[in-house]
Design a protein around this ligand. Structure first.
Ligand SMILES: [Fe+2]
Length: 211
């Protein structure tokens, strides 16, 4: 997957394993051992790819406390956390998450916001952005795949309105959910110009994470 990402023009990867606070324990020692193994492989092969720790937190009441206790890695050693919800999560749950992580001192990035029905309603995305300082991520695959008239229109409008801070691969493997960053970059560059493509595919991430 790392070699494939490099072939897609990727220079930095935050390795965001899933964590489910209060539901299943996260093997953090094993996680860091695997990260070091990945780094040793890259160094040994002379591959110019940087890999950072991180995780994707399924929001639960226990999430901010367990993160604060050091049971999960933040994104690339920063104070930022990638947060996801079950697809039927309410807007209230999302504002609770933003508040709880904010109080605990974290910057919040919501993962694949296109999945949530609650964010299709009214000004919910703007409210989370403006009043709760939530940053928003969309999956590369969502940007490049046609999904029907209404869905495609929502995706385009959300991007055009500047509600998406960054895109990410959400890669899980080399087949059904592989890294499609190159294609995503090209679609964004053709549609919105190079500057927007650069910002969404790396500019924001570098500033947000300080990498
Ligand atoms: Fe996710």
């Amino acid at each position: 997957m790392m070699l494939h990402a490099v072939s897609q023009g990727v220079s930095d990867i935050v390795c965001t394993s899933h964590v489910t606070p209060g539901i299943a324990p996260f093997p953090i020692d094993r996680y860091y051992a695997h990260l070091e193994e990945a780094r040793a492989f890259l160094a040994g092969q002379g591959i110019p790819l940087r890999v950072y720790p991180g995780c994707e937190v399924l929001y639960t009441d226990a999430a901010a406390r367990l993160l604060k206790n050091g049971q999960y890695p933040t994104l690339a050693y920063s104070d930022a956390v990638l947060v996801e919800f079950s697809p039927d999560a309410s807007f209230q749950e999302m504002t609770d998450a933003a508040k709880n992580f904010g109080i605990a001192g974290y910057q919040v990035l919501f993962a694949h916001i296109e999945r949530y029905e609650a964010l299709r309603k009214g000004k919910n995305i703007q409210i989370l952005r403006d009043e709760y300082q939530v940053n928003m991520q969309m999956n590369a695959n969502t940007v490049i795949t046609k999904k029907g008239f209404f869905e495609d229109r929502w995706i385009r409008k959300t991007l055009e309105n500047g509600y998406i801070d960054c895109v990410a691969t959400d890669a899980h493997n080399l087949h059904s959910r592989r890294c499609k960053m190159q294609e995503c970059y090209e679609v964004l560059a053709n549609r919105y110009g190079i500057d927007t493509a650069e910002e969404l595919c790396g500019g924001f991430q570098r500033r947000f994470l300080g990498i």
